[in-house]
Design a protein around this ligand. Structure first.
Ligand code: ATP
Ligand code: MG
Length: 377
């Protein structure tokens, strides 16, 4: 029997008139990941024929795919279906089973329920094994479409969400910590292509944070395709801030510069939002007052997808997407150096602005941008 891979999308199927747009994007993304495959998109599903070894691993990471399966394909006639299901079940090893039918073709003469009963009886007769609807050893799924029927045993979960590049571009601020990679992943899953921005203190510190960030970007690229990473030296800005800004406002001031530089890079990249890994109340710089002070310097949307999440939830997700092990490697975070003992938790915008007047903001931003290094990962 011929094998095909069938991908189902969840959320896209709910789109009204825009559905074709999302479908096309998803087909394109799959084509990019499987250049050798033959791909078709009959209504409601995307079907691939491909010999690639890493099919499962790759499809699991393509946003927009809700679930997929690798199926034996037969023509949609009752006799063919019966014959194939029995032959497959006779070869399989199990004690209990069930047949689960989904009929995408309402012109098929037998109802899903009837068909599962008919097939169940036949299999029982031929194998002597018992039906167990609740927790069978083997679940034989059938999906009947007008042209062909798919028979498979394993539904594989994808990341879901929307296809990358259907939702615009974002600049994601990546620190090398646990949170920001998860935040980026969330936006990738909502269809945004992310370009990354990392501030480092090299050569004042080692290259650890740069290397970590590169590894994290590589993992995130496995979900969104090749990515751009901007590495921005931050020591000069930090030095100047340390000289003129009072200790308790330093971190806030760092963040304001990160945002400004983020906005400039967004303009260059045609991005319409900045993404951060901030979560309300997690640290002093992430109180409601301070988030407003940080976001106030830019005229672009700031997305904080983790704002309402606990560290525990974020950590769990970081483990799932496999950025966690890299994030916890030791590093010299540029912002951890010279950290104030008592950071302001309720910054006042007037005070921050007053202190900022002593800095040559535009010049500092411009110089940092000039020293930016751009890499593709
Ligand atoms: P993370 O785990 O992502 O480091 P965090 O909870 O440690 O987050 P902070 O270190 O206060 O929080 O940083 C808040 C956000 O600011 C980060 O999630 C990230 O988006 C951005 N950020 C912080 N430091 C950097 C950096 N060196 N380069 C780029 N972005 C940064
Ligand atoms: Mg951090």
């Amino acid at each position: 029997m011929e094998k095909k891979i069938v991908c189902h999308y969840g959320e896209i199927a709910l789109k009204g008139k825009n559905r074709r747009f999302f479908e096309k994007r998803l087909v394109l993304n799959i084509k990019k990941a499987f250049p050798e495959a033959s791909i078709s998109a009959p209504r409601g599903r995307i079907v691939l024929i491909d010999k690639e070894e890493k099919v499962k691993e790759k499809l699991r990471k393509i946003p927009g795919i809700d679930y997929f399966f690798i199926a034996d394909v037969v023509s949609s006639s009752l006799e063919e279906i019966k014959k194939s299901v029995i032959s497959l079940m006779e070869k399989a090893d199990f004690e209990s089973f069930r047949i689960t039918v989904k009929r995408a073709d309402s012109s098929f003469p037998t109802s899903s329920q009837e068909l599962s009963v008919i097939l169940g009886r036949e299999v029982q007769k031929k194998t002597g094994k018992k039906v167990d609807l609740k927790s069978p050893d083997k679940n034989c799924f059938l999906e009947i479409t007008p042209k062909e029927t798919y028979i498979y045993f394993e539904k594989i979960k994808g990341v879901g969400g929307l296809p990358v590049d259907s939702g615009g571009k974002a600049i994601s601020l990546l620190s090398g910590g646990i949170d920001s990679p998860v935040a980026s992943f969330r936006m990738i899953k909502r269809g945004m292509k992310n370009a990354f921005l990392h501030f480092h203190a090299y050569p004042t510190t080692s290259k650890q944070s740069i290397n970590k960030t590169k590894r994290i970007v590589k993992i995130l690229s496995s979900f969104q395709g090749e990515s751009t990473l901007y590495l921005i030296p931050f020591s000069e800005i930090q030095k100047e801030i340390m000289i003129v800004v009072s200790e308790k406002l330093r971190v806030l001031m760092y963040r304001r510069f990160m945002m400004r530089i983020g906005e400039e890079i967004a303009k260059k990249e045609g991005a319409k939002a900045i993404v951060t890994g901030e979560s309300l109340g997690q640290v002093a710089s992430q109180t409601i007052e301070n988030l407003a002070i940080t976001g106030e310097v830019v005229n672009i949307s700031v997305f904080r997808p983790l704002i309402g999440h606990n560290k525990e939830e974020i950590t769990k997700e970081a483990k799932r997407i496999e950025t966690y092990d890299v994030s916890i490697l030791p590093e010299e975070d540029c912002c951890v150096r010279f950290l104030p003992k008592k950071p302001e938790t309720k910054g006042k915008i007037a005070e921050v602005k007053r202190e900022e007047e002593n800095l040559e903001v535009e010049k500092m931003v411009k110089e940092a941008l000039e020293k930016a290094e751009k890499v593709s990962i």
